[in-house]
Design a protein around this ligand. Structure first.
Ligand code: FAD
Length: 469
């Protein structure tokens, strides 16, 4: 009987344990992607990037004589329908760890088993399954450094090869058309601007990894903090949709370390930050939607998104050049340098005293590398409400950060057009990407700070000192 290979955030053929298991089982393999509730819930840029990724995967499969069958509807229904139509005896998939997916997958598995259909999930989105890393007391880790120590010497399995024969069936079930799904339709004209920055599919991801290891990793220790330099791997976009696996990255990092390349060790530690985020999300799913430290519910956050400061922050018009440059970088490229992420998050949560959820959701609207675990951990880390977070009283000063990490103003000049005689293309692209209703133009005067660095810091610290927890 055929095996249904249910694709989700694992858009690749290499290092894909579910594919290997399906081929080993024998019989034809029918790859499927569903537009279920989880996909419907995605916000704009992640949905759009997923659409591109799914389209690319469908082409890759077609080149190899297979296909990607698309179906819409609740997963349990769509899968059982396909089992019915194809006579499939097994459904295999790669495991997901967020609470919505876990609930869905548990229900699908139970329903399939009841019908006598084999259902199995495989590990691969992470290197270390979240429940396998425990403290001596049998608890989960809440602090990164001991988590790192617990995993750093573990064996990480060698990545699997790409299957050559994809065992297509002689007859295919019907498929929806991806164009009809209109994933990420809200990108409107912004899509044209962001598209050239996208690196789609597993081939591009492997090239990124190769380029990073051959020319960037040695300068990574310092370069990764300088947002005007392309000093990081940029792999988050591909990791987010499983176009590359963390263990492929890990093994490349270990090889670079063995070759004595500086920076490789730091890269491995960064990959483990991603694992740590998933570890936290798995053990405490509220990381995604509520203060991880529950006492923070009593903090006097501004929660009204319509406030003018929030609008200025989203539009890159706070008058704080580092903040504005980073917010615009995100709008044009669908990505933001990590230093920028920390600075804009600190400015929103501390200087503007706005709830971290407002920022988290805006990132979720704009990022093509959106990842539920890393995004919420990053926001709660920045706000001070998360585990192993930066304390609330440590306020990033967006002006002194500029002197440390953008001394020559290369980054802010790349992204902020206002005030420049001949602004670079990137700065102008911003105005092509944003909705017309924002009514801002490169000829406007650059605004004065909506909240000064010193004044905002004082206000945030006073609120923190007066908190009643
Ligand atoms: P590199 O420096 O090349 O690092 C390699 C990989 O390590 C990354 O691709 C990523 O998978 C992982 N990694 C690095 N730093 C972190 C980190 N701090 N936390 C978790 N994993 C990390 N990352 C996302 O992938 N998606 C998000 O939605 C996201 N939102 C964030 C929000 C905030 C407020 C903050 C402070 C950070 C967020 N990050 C997020 C983490 C980090 O900024 C990005 O992973 C990183 O900038 C991606 O660039 P890169 O691939 O070039 O990273």
């Amino acid at each position: 009987t055929p095996t249904l290979l249910w694709y989700r955030r694992d858009l690749r053929l290499s290092d894909h344990p579910a594919w290997h298991a399906a081929l080993e089982r024998g019989g034809p393999v029918i790859p499927v992607f569903l537009k279920d509730e989880g996909v419907r819930m995605l916000r704009t840029a992640p949905a759009w990037r997923l659409g591109l990724g799914v389209g690319h995967l469908a082409e890759t499969l077609a080149e190899k004589g297979s296909r990607l069958i698309l179906r819409a509807g609740p997963a349990e229904h769509a899968i059982s329908q396909l089992v019915e139509e194809t006579g499939a005896g097994a459904v295999y998939w790669m495991r997901a760890y967020d609470p919505v997916s876990v609930e869905r997958d548990t229900a699908v598995k139970a329903a399939l088993k009841e019908r006598g259909v084999e259902a199995e999930s495989f590990a691969g989105h992470l290197m270390f399954e979240p429940w396998t890393v425990e403290t001596k007391q049998g608890e989960f880790y809440k602090v990164y450094t001991p988590f790192w120590r617990a995993v750093k010497d573990r064996d990480v399995e060698t990545p699997l090869s790409t299957p050559s024969d994809l065992a297509p069936p002689s007859e295919w079930p019907e498929s929806d058309s991806l164009a009809d799904w209109a994933l990420g339709a809200g990108m409107d004209r912004g899509a044209e601007v962001v598209r050239p920055w996208v690196q789609l599919g597993e081939g591009a991801a492997q090239s990124r990894l190769g380029a990073f290891m051959s020319s960037k990793v040695e300068g990574y220790d310092d370069g990764r903090d300088i947002p005007s330099q392309d000093g990081t791997s940029n792999l988050s976009e591909n990791l987010s949709l499983g176009e590359i696996t963390p263990r492929q990255c890990w093994h490349a990092g270990v090889r670079a370390e063995e070759e004595g390349k500086a920076g490789a060790g730091t890269f491995l530690q960064e990959l483990v930050w991603r694992e740590f985020a998933y570890h936290l999300m798995w053990h405490t799913p509220r990381l995604l939607y509520d203060n991880w430290r529950e006492e923070w519910a009593a903090f006097p956050w501004n929660e009204d998104e319509r406030r003018s400061e929030v609008i200025a922050w989203k539009r890159g018009r706070t008058g704080m050049a580092f903040v504005d440059a980073a917010m615009r970088e995100m709008y044009v490229t669908g990505r933001m340098h990590n230093r920028g992420r920390m600075i804009v998050a600190s400015y929103l949560c501390k200087h503007l005293m706005c709830h971290w959820k407002i920022g988290m959701e805006w990132f979720e609207d704009c990022l093509i590398d959106w990842d539920p675990a890393s995004n919420s951990m990053g926001w709660q880390w920045s706000a001070g409400s998360g585990p192993d977070a930066t304390p609330y009283f440590r306020v990033f000063n967006p002006e002194t950060q500029l002197d440390r990490f953008d001394k020559k103003r290369a980054y802010v000049n790349r992204w902020i057009a206002e005030g420049q005689k001949s602004p670079p293309d990137e700065a102008l692209a911003y105005f092509d990407a944003i909705p017309r209703s924002w009514a801002i133009s490169p000829d406007d005067a650059y605004p004065d700070p909506i909240v000064e660095a010193g004044e905002g810091r004082k206000r945030a610290l006073a609120a923190y000192e007066n908190r009643d927890f």
